[in-house]
Structure formats: C-alpha cells, structure tokens
Design a protein around this ligand. Sequence first.
Ligand SMILES: Nc1nc2c(c(=O)[nH]1)N[C@@H](CN(C=O)c1ccc(C(=O)N[C@@H](CCC(=O)O)C(=O)O)cc1)CN2
Length: 284
Amino acid sequence: MSSAIINGKEIGQQIRESIAQRVETLKQNGLTPGLAVVLVGDNPASKTYVANKQKSCEAIGMFSELVKLDAATTQEELVAEIEKLNGRDDIHGILVQLPLPKQIDEDAIIAAIDPAKDVDGFSPVSVGKMMLGQETYLPCTPFGVMKLLEYTGIDVAGKHAVIVGRSHIVGKPMGQLLLQKDATVTYTHSKTNDLPSYTKQADIIIAAVGRPNFITAEHVKEGAVVIDVGINRDENNKLVGDVDFASVDGIASHITPVPGGVGPMTITMLLYNTVQAAEIASAQ
Ligand SMILES: Nc1nc2c(c(=O)[nH]1)N[C@@H](CN(C=O)c1ccc(C(=O)N[C@@H](CCC(=O)O)C(=O)O)cc1)CN2
C-alpha cells in the first residue's frame, strides 16, 4: 500500500484562511500588517521565493515591500537598510532572504533585525527564547513541519524523531520544537557513520540534509513518518527533495512530497508570524 501523503499546500491553505481573518480584523482597527522583504543580488531561486512571499502577502490582504539591493552591496549598507526598516511603524516584519552574497556576514545581518520584527525567527534573541521555551517567533520551516504533523493528527510525544541535518534554520530548531512536544530526538548529519542504523530506529524522520534523494528505503523503518525538507534541483533542473520518494513510498506510513509538502508551509508560517507581530504592535 502507498504511504499517505501529507499535503502542505492544502494544510497551508487552511491556515492561510484563518490568518486572512486576523488580517481583516486588524484592518478594521486601522492597521495593515506590513512585511519588508530584503533581497540582495540576483540568485534566481531567491528571486522566486521572494516573489512568492510577496504574492502570498497580497493574497491575504497584507502589505509587502521589496527592498532590492545590488549584489555588490556592503555589509554596512545592508545594516543601514535594516535600521531604516526597524524604525518604520508600517513594517511589522522584516525578512532578509538567504543566502546572502559572500562579502556579507549573515549572522551580523540577522542580529541587526529588531527582534520584535524578526518574523523569520533567526535572530540570537529569537533562538535563545525558543531554546528556553519562551514565546517568540519560531523559524518558519520547522514551525511549518510542526503544523503539518499537528494537522495530520500525528502526536510526537514519546516518539523517536531522527533529524538528518544540522543547519541553524532547519535541523537545529526542528529538534528543539520536537523536544518541546515530548519527542525523543536524535540529531544526525551527512557525516554520521552508519546513518541507517540511526534512521531505522526512527518513528519520525526529518530529512534536512540538502542532498537530493539521500534518504532511501534502507534508512526507513516500516510505518515511520517521513518529512522531507529538501529543496534541491536534479541534473534536469527538476525540484527534488532529500528523500527518494519512490524508494520510500509504501514503507513509510506518511510522507511529504516535494514540491507541495514542507515548502508551502514555510511561507504560511511567515505570514502567521507577521500577523502576530502586527497584532502585538496594534495592542501597544
Ligand atoms: N530568510 C529566509 N531565507 C530562506 C528561507 C527562510 O525561511 N527564510 N528558507 C529557504 C527558502 N524558502 C524561503 O525563503 C522557501 C523555499 C521553498 C519554498 C516552497 O514553497 N517550495 C515549493 C516549490 C517552489 C518551486 O517550485 O521552486 C514546494 O516545496 O512546494 C518556500 C520558501 C532558504 N532561504
């Protein structure tokens, strides 16, 4: 029997409808939630993601502004742009599209964003609060994965979740969010020896290693839930995940497709965080 598909487009749409209602309430109170999207350079994938983020904002009645900067922008120039956005009352969320050109220190840029507007949840303040279980903006991709599991009725408490990947924006926070919901978490990565010996014990596998079709049948226990966070291009420029879907299909109980799984949830949770930032501003 085939694995059940966890449809991120459908779940994301349901959540976006409830976000749109919150936007409407804010607008009736005279405040339109505003997101500033900062794009440096001409990375084609980044241009697509930024365009999708802006389109998604407009679709639910939010305001979005694109700050488009040249690939040769210096770190000081970028910090100055962020400081301008930090000071604007009509901008509730700021997102700097990653990756940035090599001359710019990403950590310094993220740290320059006012934590109250850090709707990506990447700043040291947001990460620290998340680690302590305090209320904060959660990083959109792992937050989206938690929503996918919740909406699918998969209770993670007591389950063994194996994360494959250790990036700051997905792998590390993913483990933390699962831990906070009482999962038992194991971190693995591309250099883990005998990876299948770990992943084969998993009730939930989170594949976030950034390698096309890396997770195959040999990694997956019968009945495991497989979440594919990968966004890779294969040799034919086709979008593929970190999981070899055909190989794992029928072994996993549930699986997220690429495209249409985790990706749409990343943007959904960005909208969610931005509306939350606007609600907090509106209450002040
Ligand atoms: N500032 C940030 N930069 C980056 C983030 C982030 O969360 N914040 N994440 C990724 C890219 N990303 C958002 O920026 C992102 C990637 C993929 C998708 C998505 O919807 N994917 C679709 C397919 C789209 C396609 O056809 O190319 C899917 O999986 O169905 C959304 C957002 C790195 N940078």
